[in-house]
Ligand binder design. Structure first.
Ligand code: MOS
Length: 763
């Protein structure tokens, strides 16, 4: 008898369908605004018509005359002031430090200046349009190059921001054989989640319940408790489903407190559903950026110098910045690096996180410059990346926990048919259509944060998992359920998952693609605690053997290696031995290297994300290679993208089905960020113009007929117990550069300013 070699274990979980799929397609999944509350009043916001200046007075008579109006809150009559708390970008949770209704001052167009509350939504809306505000306007600075903006070095305004550098980049650039020196820019973008920004507040005996779509229920609870100066146990946030967020529902906007104040004043539940255009200024957005990049290389393509300067627009009072050089400077074996980031203050609402906040703009610039360098070197762009690939990041020399970038390029190139590309620009065509192939690297830092979980296993195999995670379309219910099912040896349909509620054990903000890694690591650890109890009951002798290896977290059962292994357990026997019908465990997990105050911070709804370039001995990123085919009409310059392909490596893939959806959505969004999306600004008024889904371009099916996602099986033993690197934001990084690189290949025209509009194409 011969023994076949064991099948290589693909590092992927099963492609389980979403646990919440049926609820979603049948309309049973309850989003924040769907929750029925008894006897609600409705709020409608009134927003500032000027971008800078002050409110001189209000005329509310006409508005008050609308039948059904209950209350109109303005800065003149709203005495319940909330406490100023810290802006997210400065280590707090608030989306902005601007506190509407706290003074007559106007910081930006579309700032909340009044809240109308009425018996019906229609009455509130009608009255809101009849509120007359007399304003004294001053000239406002809209964006880069507007008079009156203020430019500051990021390192001067942010403790967290560092400008990575190593060696003598200027000297190396000066003496390099081949040089690129180019400027790039990216536009303003708004998240536009399909679910609008809604908040319902219900007071009952000093207990406040908030229904609001949130990427951070625990943070929202603590933030509102702090703003009102009340105990956190008095605030309860519910957000079981979120209809798209992309960063816009992670920080706490001022609207929540205003709705809570309104509910207190009218002594009834108050419900607010903001209109789409209001979302453009009451929440956050991706700010416009500019870049200057210098790359120096040898004739063989070895890069010796990378100099990156970035400029980002922010609001007047808040120094929001993404500082993407922290990632771009670690991407290749650059040799010498210099970088500097600046913020430019304008009279705008404060920007915020939007999917892959630092990477989308900064890698657009770098990956475009890499392509320009490849062209100048007469070198294949994939080979240029191979020559500069590295297993140690160039700034501090730390090793990557794992890095499969070139494997992604190899698999992606093969599937895409890159070998059929003829290198010369404008050398491929199909009748009237010029054809271009382009590629780019994507990377995203692998990030984690402390999380707690409670898991209960019944003798009949049913499992309940409780953790205040977030279903933002990412498949959180499903992967959390899978983590427990896998560990406890039960089918996933036996697992019920409770998330999206601030009464559950705390989990971090669902941002920075840390959710799956953090929540699944916590859930798996708690499942190990349950396994440990079962093991101990079955094999008291054996479970003592490796007592020395016990790891102990906070108030949790010590777990031995035996429990952590994938040895099967006889559940019936174990429950017999224990003499119980249910085993329940609670535990708190934190990533290696998380600061010592992590658990306390977790319990207080504070953000403590670690990972990426900031681990102690390692650096952790997920990688990918993206390929784009463009077809450009020779006469009309119409740009079509028949094919997008991405090959990605992100450690253990919990669920290839939900992962594929995430990556697919990312690729489409990345293409969109090159060809479609931009929020247009009227410079005269510092006002967004296309603040609706008719004018804000987003892609439809016809814009990208074929999207192919390849996932490489990557084993990462250093990252976390789940082996998960995170991939929510990986898909839409670099895609914009790949599109522009393909356009160059098709036409010989290099486009450095996004979004691409066909009038820019002279061919
Ligand atoms: Mo994301 S922009 O970290 O929600």
């Amino acid at each position: 008898m011969t023994t076949a070699a064991p099948e290589p274990k693909l590092n992927m979980g099963p492609p389980a369908p979403r646990l919440d799929a049926r609820l979603k397609v049948t309309g049973e999944a309850r989003y924040a605004a769907d929750f029925p509350v008894s006897n609600p009043a409705f709020a409608f916001l009134v927003l500032s018509p000027i971008a800078k200046g002050r409110i001189v007075g209000f005329d509310l008579n006409e508005a008050r005359g609308v039948a059904g109006v209950l209350d109109i809150l303005t800065h003149e009559n709203t005495a319940i002031a909330v406490k100023p708390t810290k802006f997210f970008g400065a280590g707090g949770r608030a989306s902005t430090s601007i506190r509407p209704l706290s003074s007559p001052q106007i910081w930006h167009d579309g700032q909340i200046i009044a809240v109308v509350v009425a018996e019906t939504f229609e009455a509130a809306r009608e009255a809101a349009y009849k509120v007359r505000a007399r304003c004294q306007a001053e000239p406002a600075s809209a964006t880069f190059d507007s008079p009156g903006t203020a430019t500051e070095a990021a390192a001067d305004v942010s403790k967290e921001h560092k400008d990575p550098q190593v060696g003598d980049a200027a000297g190396a650039f000066a003496s390099a054989d081949v040089k690129i020196d180019a400027e790039y820019s990216t536009p303003t973008q708004h998240h536009n989640p399909i679910e609008l920004f809604a908040t319902t507040c219900v007071w009952s005996d000093d207990q406040l319940t908030i229904y609001e779509p949130s990427q951070f229920v625990h943070g929202l609870k603590y933030e509102i408790a702090e703003q009102f100066g009340i105990g956190p146990s008095r605030v309860h946030v519910k957000s079981p489903y979120v209809g798209g967020a992309f960063g816009s529902k992670g920080s706490i906007t001022p609207r929540t407190a205003l709705v809570a104040i309104a509910a207190k004043r009218v002594n009834r539940p108050v419900k607010l559903v903001m209109t789409r255009d209001q979302g453009f200024t009451v929440t956050t957005y991706r700010a416009e950026t500019r870049h200057r990049i210098r790359l120096g290389a040898s004739r063989e393509g070895k890069i010796s110098a990378y100099i990156h300067e970035g400029w980002e627009v922010t609001s007047r009072p808040d120094a929001y910045l993404v500082g993407g050089t922290k990632n771009s400077t670690h991407l290749y074996g650059f040799g010498n690096v210099a970088s500097r980031v600046f913020i430019v203050r304008a009279d705008r609402n404060t920007p915020g996180f939007m999917r892959s906040p630092p990477e989308v703009p900064y890698l657009f610039a770098l990956e475009s410059a890499m392509d320009e360098l490849a062209v100048k070197l007469n070198m294949d762009p994939i080979e240029l990346r191979r020559v500069n690939d590295t297993m140690n990041e160039p700034i501090g020399g730390k090793p990557y926990t794992s890095r499969s970038l070139m494997a992604c390029f190899d698999d992606g190139a093969k599937a895409f048919g890159w070998a059929q590309r003829s290198a010369a620009p404008k050398s491929m065509a199909d009748g009237d259509w010029l054809i271009g192939y382009g590629c780019a690297t994507t990377c995203y830092p692998s990030q984690m944060a402390p999380a707690a979980a409670r898991v209960r296993l019944q003798r009949d195999g049913r499992v309940r998992v409780e953790i205040a995670g977030h279903e933002i379309g990412n498949g959180a219910y499903t992967v959390i359920g899978q983590a427990a099912a896998e560990k406890l040896g039960v089918p996933v349909d036996k697992v019920s998952v409770r998330i999206g509620d601030s009464d559950l054990p705390p989990a971090p903000v669902a941002g920075g693609s840390n959710s799956t890694a953090s929540t699944c690591s916590a859930v798996m650890m708690v499942c190990d605690q349950i396994r440990q109890r079962l093991f101990k009951a079955l094999m008291p002798q054996e479970s003592m053997v490796d007592k020395a290896k016990e790891t102990v977290g906070l108030g949790q059962t010590p777990v031995t290696e035996a429990a952590k292994s994938d040895r099967p357990l006889d559940r019936d026997k174990a429950f017999d031995a224990l003499g119980v019908a249910v085993v329940e465990e609670y535990g708190e997990w934190k990533p290696d290297g998380a600061p010592t105050d992590s658990f306390r911070a977790m319990h207080e709804g504070k953000v403590r994300i670690v990972g990426g370039p900031e681990m102690k001995d390692w650096i952790a990123y997920a990688f990918g290679a993206e390929f784009v085919e463009v077809r450009i009409n020779r006469w009309t310059h119409e740009i079509r993208v028949p094919r997008l392909l991405g090959a990605f490596a992100a450690g253990h893939i919990m669920n290839p089905r939900t992962a594929r959806s995430q990556l697919m959505g990312g690729l489409i969004w990345g293409m969109s960020s090159a060809l479609h999306e931009a929020t247009e600004l009227d410079g005269r008024y510092a006002r967004y113009v296309n603040d609706n889904l008719a004018d804000y371009l987003v892609p439809v099916n016809a814009d990208v007929p074929s999207v192919e996602v390849i996932m490489l099986a990557e084993q990462d033993d250093h990252i976390n117990p789940a082996g998960v690197k995170g991939l929510g934001e990986l898909g839409n990084v670099g895609t914009n550069a790949a599109v522009c690189n393909a356009i160059f290949h098709a036409t010989g025209r290099r486009l450095r300013k996004l979004p691409v509009r066909l009038e820019q194409l002279e061919i």
